[in-house]
Design a protein around this ligand. Sequence first.
Ligand code: CP3
Length: 353
Amino acid sequence: MTELKNDLLLRALLRQPVNRTPLWIMRQAGRYLPEYLEARQSAGSFMKLCKTPELACEVTLQPLRRFPLDAAIIFSDILTIPDVMGLGLHFVEGEGPKFEDPIDTESEIHNLPRPDVNESLHYVMEAISLARRELKGSVPLIGFSGSPWTLAAYMLEGGSSKDFATAKAMIHDEPKLMHTLLGKLAETATDYLNAQIEHGAQAVQIFDSWGGILSPEAFREFSLRYIEQIVSGLKRENEGRQVPVIVFSKGANTHLEALADTGCNALGLDWTISLQEARRRVGDRVALQGNLDPAIVRCKPDIIRQQAGNVLNSFGQGDGHVFNLGHGITPDIDPDHVDVLVNAVWEMSPAFH
Ligand code: CP3
């Protein structure tokens, strides 16, 4: 077993005792950091950063050089899966992701390949190995994948969308075809996460960023079911240690009990539910991760401290909490504000353990 100097994240995700609340930040490597913008500029594009393991590793480590975070998350994107399934991903400045060849016919769905992720996403695996080497056991490394529904939504829409109306229409017009697509994505996402674990990811997170736009019935049949399939197919132990699984289904707080039943170790929560309520509903089964509103990090330092304190208070005394934002940090944030947040959690959280 490789030595891990700070295992607070893994312990908290497994609801084991810790002496303070561990913290990491979704999108912690990103555009609010000047050194990230510089790295992206010299690489030429976001995809070049992702596809060059040395650069992806470098960017993964950037936030940890600034802030005493309790985890690194491998720098990549959820849309690398559709990219290697043949859709051709690129990013248009200010517009987000775009696929050259979105899927729009039945035969394209039937013909989607099951990629050999060790081969086609070799660059991610190499970045993970490099990052593990560079981290030298200081903190754990998190791997991730998109949920099948969230990936399908982007693949059918061809990029970002406010309402993913094309994908939602397909759920109702062509449910069988949608299940075919989701089944294929679940298989590949399982392969992908297992490969990440084998290459050294010590915890994994499934991002179901668009779960919350579905009706309750559609959520259970088209999102939840496939998250469950992935979780049940994951390798849960590596290097003699448990590999915790976090499910973050944004906007799906009505389904907390069902999400906790997927077999995951922890639920990521957005800021629209109190941790107190979430803990009452599922805290005896899973750890909770979150859930400061990302908008708060723009506020004055006193407010950041106060609101971080409210999140800690809302979870209350005891173990099984990982501090995070309720969604990714936004590009407009001043890194000094992140410092305030991280220090606040370091200072206040020991009192809760
Ligand atoms: O958390 C981390 O630091 C790891 C890196 C990471 C990125 N994307 C880097 C990234 C992770 C975990 C993701 C996940 C991701 N990607 C999700 C799920 C999380 C969420 O936010 O809900 C989604 C939906 C995507 C798809 C995606 N990638 C979009 C919609 C965009 C455009 C976003 C925007 O604000 O323009 C991206 C691009 C992206 N992924 C960036 C980063 C740092 C910005 C790209 C740039 O530098 O120009």
